[in-house]
Ligand binder design. Structure first.
Ligand code: GYE
Length: 306
């Protein structure tokens, strides 16, 4: 296996590095910003991008990766829709001598030699920061605080990890109870539909924890339709901090957001160049992020790029 080729096998012979990228889909504002970032950064770095949208289906991603292998791209990067079930296709890429970079979401493969590096956020931390904020807000609560949770795509790294981090953090206060938890698949429509069910089934909901802004935004409609005031009657915590989410936070309809940055493009292209050149890269590249309260969202909103 060598990195000695000039990188033009799959391209038009112009000597550019060819990157095959398999994206999860277009399920959220985060994803749209992430796709734009990858496309812009590839163009700026002079990397030829072959982009595939998997429409949130693992089988489509496996197909796309096999196509990239067949086309002999130089590097493959992808954002795995779910964590499990990648060993076979990753082995195929490895056998073909094509380095793989995991972007945004990770896989649970035991064999770490199947990919070069993983660039993305610490999702457990995002869940934990969300939970810690709630623990602080509710420290004087004398009775039960009922929480409903809108989970991301079932089996995805961000859904698994955010759930875990949040649950660990809220264990600090026995008054905090998750009374219902279901997937809304990271979409607005999903968030709305599941929140409607939650509201029908549970007369007392104090807090909504949504694994992303979009589901929280969908839930706002359900909450308002049920005659409740979001941000007041129900405290809303989400993750991402995309523009619409930040606007809802600044307007007082959300209460707290843990940021998850979709702007991975530049760092990804740097890694693509390095692995293509056969240079060593860190096994894990973590994204820098913060959290926002309503006041902080008001201040940050004018300069938000996505
Ligand atoms: O939080 C959500 C998107 O994988 C971090 O996927 C990403 C998540 C993001 O659909 O909005």
């Amino acid at each position: 296996c060598g990195n000695s080729d000039t990188g033009d096998d799959a391209g038009d012979g112009n000597g550019k590095i060819v990157l095959g990228f398999s994206q999860v889909g277009a399920e959220s504002g985060w994803r749209t910003a992430n796709t734009n970032s990858i496309k812009e950064s590839a163009a700026a770095a002079g990397i030829e991008l072959k982009f595939d949208d998997a429409q949130q289906k693992q089988e489509n991603q496996i197909k796309a990766i096999r196509n990239f292998i067949q086309q002999k791209v130089d590097v493959i990067a992808f954002s795995p829709v779910v964590e499990s079930g990648w060993d076979t296709v990753l082995k195929e890429a490895k056998d073909a001598g094509i380095p793989v970079i995991l972007t945004d979401r990770s896989v649970d493969s035991a064999d770490k030699s199947l990919y070069q590096t993983f660039i993305g956020s610490d999702f457990v931390k995002e869940g934990r920061l969300s939970g810690e904020w709630l623990v602080e807000q509710t420290k004087n609560a004398t009775g039960p605080v009922n929480i409903v949770e809108l989970q991301g795509t079932t089996g995805s790294a961000p859904a698994n990890d955010r759930k875990k981090g949040f649950a660990e953090a809220i264990a600090a206060n026995p008054n905090l109870k998750i009374i219902a938890s279901q997937t809304g698949d990271f979409t607005r429509a999903g968030g709305k539909a599941v929140m409607e069910q939650f509201l029908k089934a549970n007369p007392k909901i104090d807090v909504l924890f949504a694994h992303n802004d979009d589901m929280g935004l969908g839930a706002l409609e359900a909450i308002t339709a049920a005659g409740k005031v979001p941000g007041k009657d129900i405290t809303i915590i989400t993750i991402d901090a995309v523009k619409d989410g930040m606007q809802a936070l600044a307007d007082g309809r959300f209460n707290f957001i843990a940021e998850c940055s979709p702007l991975l493009g530049d760092q990804l292209m740097e890694l693509v160049k390095k692995v293509h050149a056969g240079e060593s890269v860190p096994a894990r590249v973590e994204t820098e992020e913060t959290t926002f309260t309503q006041e902080q969202a008001k201040a940050a909103l004018p300069n938000r790029k996505y």
